[in-house]
Design a protein around this ligand. Structure first.
Ligand code: TYD
Length: 218
């Protein structure tokens, strides 16, 4: 491979990339997020790790509202709040980091709204398309890792770790629709969304993840 040289004063940092992690609850995103951060860090990248809903002060306040199982809300209210948190997240964290040349890994982004509010709650995709266009225009992640797991496996994993939030209290049928919506999006955007079979043992998932990252991003 040819080595890049820059005349003094003209050094340009390689541009950072925006990577998002998706999956139904219990798919193992959080575990693999740490692995991914490590792989990138070892290769000298400055990595910002963040999450949705959340990542900013306003976003984290909205997250608390959204996940609170004692607060029922209309599906459209839920979608609007997700996108409101996202607007803030783009403005305060994601876009400034990318402008500095940093890498950004976000635990969930807009695909989650299409999967949960679209697939899970049954909101019309056209409405979500409009919100997406309003909040982010044509901006999309460079890469989305979708950790695919059978609904029963995901449910078992979450019930073992913590008490359920408002989404995790939903029935298996809800998660089947969420998973189906994710898989449909992965089929629709095969260049951006890579499906990782998360039913495999942890080490195998890790290997698949590394292979994808090294081939696509580095
Ligand atoms: P999650 O990312 O799973 O965090 P934790 O690992 O702490 O449980 O929780 C966020 C929840 O928010 C998850 O159940 C999915 C939901 N969600 C949506 O419904 N729509 C969205 O657009 C986003 C970003 C998340």
């Amino acid at each position: 491979m040819q080595k890049k040289t820059f005349p003094p004063g003209e050094y340009k940092k390689d541009p950072g990339k925006f990577i998002t992690l998706e999956g139904i609850d219990g798919a193992g995103k959080s575990t693999h997020l740490c692995g991914l951060e490590k792989i990138l860090g070892e290769r000298g990248k400055t990595v910002i790790v963040t999450r949705e809903p959340g990542g900013t002060s306003v976003g984290e306040a909205l997250r608390e509202l959204l996940l609170d199982s004692s607060r029922a809300m209309h599906a459209e209210t839920e979608a609007l709040l997700m996108f409101a948190a996202r607007r803030e997240h783009l403005d305060k964290i994601i876009l400034p980091a990318l402008a500095r040349g940093d890498w950004v890994i976000s635990d969930r982004f807009t695909d989650a709204s299409f999967a949960y509010q679209g697939g899970g709650r049954g909101l019309a995709t056209q409405k979500l398309d409009k919100l997406e266009q309003w909040v982010q225009g044509e901006f999309q992640p460079d890469l989305t890792l979708y950790f695919d797991v059978a609904v029963e496996v995901g449910r078992q994993r979450i019930s073992a770790i913590k008490s359920a939030d408002r989404f995790e209290k939903e029935q298996n049928e809800f998660f089947r629709r969420v998973r189906e919506a994710y898989l449909q999006r992965a089929q629709r955007f095969p260049h951006r969304i890579k499906v990782i079979d998360s039913n495999q043992p942890l080490d195998e998932v890790k290997k698949s993840l590394e292979k994808i990252i090294l081939s696509i991003c580095l």
